[in-house]
Design a protein around this ligand. Sequence first.
Ligand code: ATP
Ligand code: MG
Length: 574
Amino acid sequence: MRFSQLLLPTLKEDPAEAETISHKLLLRGGFIRKLTAGVYSYLPLGLATIRKVEQIVRAEMSRAGAQEVLLPMVQPADLWRESGRWEKYGPELLRFKDRHGRESCLGPTHEEVITDLARMNIHSYRSLPLNLYQIQTKFRDEIRPRFGLMRGREFIMKDGYSFDADEAGADATYRKMYEAYQQIFTRCGIAFRAVEADTGAIGGSFSHEFMVLAATGEDLVVICQHCEYAANLERATARPEKAANHDTPQPSSQVATPGQKTVQEVGKFLHIPAEFLVKTMIYLADGQPVAVLMRGDHEVQPVKLRNLLGVLEVVLADDQEIASLTGAPAGYLGPVGLKIPLVIDAVVAQMVNFVTGANEVDQHLLNVNPGRDFTPQHQGDIRMVNEDDLCPHCGGKLAITRGIEVGHIFKLGTEYSQALSATFLDQHGQKRPFIMGCYGIGISRTVAAAIEQNHDRDGMIFPMPIAPFQVILLSLTPKDPKTRVEAERLYHQLQEHGIEVLLDDRDERPGSKFKDADLVGIPIRLMVGKRFKNEGLLEIRTRTDGQVSAAAPVAALAMIREMVESALRSPLKN
Ligand code: ATP
Ligand code: MG
């Protein structure tokens, strides 16, 4: 491709509307243009990058035995009513009526459509397992579309769905997809971690998110600094610490703690560290009150609490609600004598002789013990992991970092097949629901994430496998016939060797060609200019480290071929 003919409207300044690096650079580099909130046009370089990611996804999906289909974007409301999601999905689902008044929506995801396809067309265990995927434009009416391709309303997703006859088969398919995802993001040349993700309360299901590690990520990810363990914050667990106090239970007694309400105040007043204190918080779980007990220096992870209780929503009660539910003011609550269900964190369950509120103003209890002094109704890990907690697998230190979710795999089980009565006949002629999995990749978001992770002050730095072009060839003195002819010759020669090259043949100063080349992040810059005219040498500059080397044309071509090939060579086992 020739720069002079390419639609590549680069900008000198950062557009005011863009907050994140990838958004700024994609606009400045002429990769995308906004049509309306969260809706973008992909210009040639943007689309070329997207296609690179898609190609890798297609190759790995096909290697893993998945088949490509293309499903409709417009979906009938009745199908969504069958799954129950027409009511549940909320305003992210864009709904409308056609000319006959039939309710429809734009597909934000395709579980319903694919399950319908399966129930109509797969009838026997002999057709299983089956794994189908598509690459398609999705629409989600996001409440806050932002950061360009990172969170659009219209965006490109690869979504895949698997159908298996039994649990073991579904688990094997899941593992295959997990491995395919590892291959995909490794081949894209970006640093990522697969993290254990929350699955809500669906039994028998599990899930991983694939996170590109980048400081600007919206998600918090807990990673072990020593082993592979990684989980998102909603799900992460830590190795249980030994209870700070392991004495035998002592008789409990009440102490006056005038005006001391917070863990810090009470601890200081009684000269007791926070890990010997237990705080009691009142939550409304789907509207029903529960008292939640946590060690003084720990915090509740609301998603874990929700899952333990099997509810959709947990909210902290306000002071008035607390007073009317417990008869005691916040700050002096405790489990002893409380008349609402008690939920205790697994750590609290191990503690002995701790301090709690006495459910009376200015009073606390010493030497409280679970079992003896109160009986919890629910018990489990509901705490938020902290930086420096210990890894549940290896005991190494945990760290909390930021990530961008680019992929998500989920073992669904029979949730959708049951709702839509999608069944097959097994070997014994028994009707059974399909066991399903779903597997998504944000294709357009992956491009944004790659830029968030790989850029410098001059622009984007694409990993070779997803760069829009592999080489940008700068003709720096196009008025000089010798260099102009050489640039043309190189342009054709590189193409003959299968190298994707963009020839900057514009009548521009070298400085502005350098700037644009850096901005669009093409990995190799090949320059034909004065040094060629005087010494017969070309210059090769790598975008990642700015290293420049000079070589005669034959050697330069060999170098470039080697650079491209080694960057594309699969880093993975086959
Ligand atoms: P998020 O929590 O970021 O909203 P999600 O959990 O809603 O993501 P999924 O339903 O699992 O996402 O969709 C699969 C993939 O599609 C995600 O991993 C992400 O990469 C991508 N994706 C989801 N929403 C958007 C969006 N609004 N814009 C761009 N990509 C998106
Ligand atoms: Mg979402």
